[in-house]
Each structure stands twice: as C-alpha cells, then as structure tokens.
Design a protein around this ligand. Structure first.
Ligand code: SDX
Length: 426
C-alpha cells in the first residue's frame, strides 16, 4: 500500500479498506479506487462523474477555482495572444511548440490533405438542404473510414500522424462544403496559397472567380477562437472520444462520436443557443423576465452560455473572448442590439444572488456567438467552428489513451433500481 492512502470504513461491519492516494503534478489529489469493487464488493456512485478522474493525462490542466487553463503547460492567454492555432494544434499533438521550420512543415502536411475525395460530395447531396451541418460533419468524418479503409489500424506513429493530419485538414473543407451545399451555392475548393484559418473563411464566403477581401482582424479573431477551443481536458465530448477509442474502434469513429456529443446544447451546441436565446429575448426590457425564468426551479429555461462543471470563476477563455469582442465592436459589425441584451444579462447575472451562490459565470459560449455572427458565420455553423478548434485536442487525447500500456475498455457499472426477479417459475 502506498504510504499515502485513504481508509474507508463500512459502518455496518466495521471493516476497513485502504485505497492509495495518487499525487498529481497540479490539482486535487486522486484516490485510486480501481480495486474498490474487488476489495469491498460494492460500487461507487458518481452522477455525471463530478468527482471522478477517468484517466491519467498530461495534455490540459484546468484550475476551476482560479479560472486557469493550460495546454501542455502553456497558459491559454499566452497561446491565444502570442501563437497561432496551428502552433497550438502542433503543441497538442507533439507535446512542444513548433519551430518556424516545423510549423511550415506541419502547415504543408495539412495543405496536402485539405482536399476531400470528390465522391464524398455525393454525401452532401444525400442530405436535405435544411440538414444541420453537425449532422453532415459527423457523418462525413465517419465516412473517412470508408475512403481510407487501408489504414484503419494505427500501428505506427507515422500512421497516427497521417490520420491526425487528414482529420485536421479535411474538417474545414467538409464544413465549408456542407454549408455551401445547404445554401445551394457552388463549393469553393481549398486555396493552398492561403493559411489554415483564412482558407476556411475563403471557402465559406467566396464565390467562383470572385475573390473576397478578408480583413486581417477577421482571420485573427477566428484563429483565436480556434485556439480557445482546442482542448479542455475530460469534457463530455472528449470522454466520448476516449470511450470509443477504448473499444479499439478506428479513430474516425471516435472523432465522429466527439462531434455528435459536442452538438448537445448543454455542451458545444451552447454557442448557437446563446444567439438564439438573445434573439428570443428580443429586447433589454425582457431580460429581467428571462433571468427570473432561469432562476425558477420549476422552469426548464436555462441561461445559455452561463455555468460550467469545472469553472467556478470566470472561464479564462471567456475573459479573452470578451476583450476580443469589445475590440471588434469598432472593427467589425458586432450586432449592437444583441450585444446590448448580452451586456444586460451579464450585468444582472454577475450580481444576482442565485448565480453568485452557484458560481455561475459566463463561459466561452456566451461570447463566441456574437463574434462568429460578426464574421458572417451562420448560427448553425457555430458548433462546427467548435469542432474545428477541438479536433487537435480530441486527437491528442486519442493518441494519449492509445499510448497507455494499461489502457482498459471503458465499462462503468450501475446502481440498479429495476424490478427484482419476477420470471414465472416453470
Ligand atoms: C462547454 O466541460 C467542459 O469543459 C465543456 C466546455 C469545453 O470546452 O469542452 O467548456 C464547453 O460545454 C461549456 C458549457 C456550455 N453550456 C452552456 O452554456 C449551457 C448552460 N449551462 C448549463 O447547462 C450548466 O451550467 C452546465 C451544463 C454547463 C454545467 O452543468 P453542471 O455542472 O451539471 O451544473 P448543474 O446542472 O448541477 O447546476 C448547478 C446549479 C443547479 O441549480 P441547483 O440545483 O443547485 O439549485 O446551477 C444551476 C442548476 O440549476 N444552473 C443554472 C445554469 N447552469 C447551472 N441555472 C440557470 N442557468 C444556467 N445556465
């Protein structure tokens, strides 16, 4: 037994059970209860895994009380202001920030893979025009396993990195194509002379033979948004990716599962819901009514973009986005009407006892929507933007899980409350 342990006493029998305490680099100590069922014959119960560490990880650290976020030891505010999204994607995949030369090589690997198989376009045709882009994206990513069926077993680091490059490079093209199809517009193919983020905006907004002028601030704003979304330790969609990866399913299935899990409005779908909620509230005069609804236990209405499982302080990403949004007010046409409503909600919620007591602060989604709006990105594409940012994080988490020698298939137990045996006796 490690010198540091915790003792559990079953008060019914007086039996004592010791469980080792594992020391993290940062954050709370962890009690290893892997042998709890074997030792005690009992399960533990933890609704929503609020107190459960599901894995060992070296990728991202969050201090929810301090509102701190680090990727591979680098603070998010340093990465968001001093580095590009591709720097951060490289950092997540390779554990260190790239040199100028390595960044160029990484960008080239992505450019080479930014086109999709032409026959994938039939997939877009199969969807109705009003299909949500997240439905198309999750299907298209899963279909990559059919187009690259020769390399589903990732046995070598080279095969893994090939998959990583493919997914990161193709998601923007799939996303842009799915939007263009939904609008009945011709698709714009990747322009390999452009950078990653600029190219996506170009594929989304340009027209054939009609080069649009993108403002540098637009590219910088979207690149920052991608960086802020790049990873976030064991959130719901990353947990979904890890669960699928633990079954030895191929990575395209795991990442496609992540897309589907992220789509939920309690998770990555919240950015779209924030804008829809601001539009529904409609005026600053209505804000008080909706704040009251959010506080009413009998009303299912929740303030989208507020609250977080881990942050019980300001989400550091929200702080960065708020500054960016306020900077963009003059440089881009941020919807002033929606901004006025958002500011009123924020002002009231941050001083209202209901939100203060529950430590409900604005999260990343409360601010990202208005910026994406100003970048002329349609609401239904907001969660897709989240996916484009999160893809390198999901892949890094997938790689880390695969590298763990004692990786086990995820298979939780349950607190069974169903009927006792009632099979009729023969
Ligand atoms: C993301 O996990 C991650 O890291 C996710 C993410 C990432 O980068 O991957 O950060 C991205 O998903 C951000 C969160 C986006 N979702 C939203 O903005 C949706 C609105 N927020 C809530 O649904 C909620 O706050 C969650 C889902 C974010 C967190 O839920 P928890 O941790 O399970 O908290 P809870 O439901 O137990 O709430 C605690 C209390 C409850 O009241 P009481 O029962 O204690 O009286 O706070 C209340 C809740 O009713 N509450 C809210 C509220 N959020 C929580 N009340 C009104 N409005 C809200 N938004």
């Amino acid at each position: 037994m490690s010198k540091e342990s915790i003792t559990v006493i079953d008060n019914r029998t007086g039996e004592k059970f010791d469980f080792p305490i594992l020391q993290p680099t940062l954050g709370p100590d962890v009690v290893d209860i892997s042998s709890f069922y074997k030792d005690t014959g009992m399960f533990t119960f933890d609704r929503g895994f609020t107190s459960t560490a599901s894995c060992r990880s070296k990728i991202t650290y969050i201090d929810g009380a301090k509102g701190k976020l680090m990727y591979r030891g680098y603070d998010i505010s340093y990465l968001a202001t001093k580095k590009t999204f591709l720097d951060v994607a490289y950092l997540l995949l390779h554990k260190e920030l790239p040199s100028e030369e390595k960044l160029k090589a990484f960008q080239f690997e992505l450019k080479k893979r930014s086109y999709i198989n032409e026959s994938m376009k039939k997939l877009f045709d199969a969807f109705p025009d009003n299909a949500h882009p997240m439905a198309i994206l999750s299907s298209a990513i899963a279909s990559l396993s059919a187009f690259y069926s020769d390399s589903l077993d990732m046995d070598t680091p080279e095969e893994v990195m090939e998959m990583a490059h493919r997914i990161i490079a193709k998601i923007p093209t799939i996303a842009a194509f799915s939007y263009r199809y939904s609008q009945g517009h011709p698709v714009i193919y990747p322009d390999l002379t452009k950078g990653f983020t600029e190219n996506f905006l170009f594929m989304l907004r340009a027209y054939p033979h009609n080069y649009i002028e993108l403002k540098p601030i637009e590219i910088e704003a979207l690149d920052t948004i991608f960086t802020l979304h790049a990873d976030h330790e064991q959130n719901a969609s990353t947990t979904a990716v890890r669960v699928v990866a633990s079954t030895q399913a191929h990575p395209y299935a795991a990442i496609s599962t992540g897309v589907s899990a992220l789509w939920g409005r309690a998770h990555g779908g919240a950015n779209e819901s924030v804008i829809r909620q601001l539009e529904m509230i409609g005026s600053v005069e209505n804000v008080d009514k909706y704040i009251a609804k959010a506080k009413d236990k009998n009303d299912p209405f929740r303030l989208m973009g507020f609250g977080h499982r881990v942050y019980k302080n300001f989400d550091p990403r929200a702080t960065i986005l708020k500054k960016l949004r306020d900077r963009l007010v003059d440089e881009l046409d941020i919807d002033s009407h929606l901004l006025e409503i958002a500011n009123k909600i924020e002002k009231i919620a941050l001083s209202d006892e209901y939100f203060v007591k529950r430590k409900l602060y604005p999260n990343i989604d409360f601010y990202s929507g208005l910026i994406l709006n100003a970048l002329k990105i349609p609401k239904e594409m907001f969660a897709v933007i989240f996916v484009m940012g999160r893809a390198p994080g999901w892949i890094a988490q997938w790689i880390e899980l695969k590298e763990q020698p004692d990786m086990k298939i995820a298979r939780p137990r349950q607190l069974y409350l169903g009927p006792d045996e009632k099979t009729p006796k023969e």
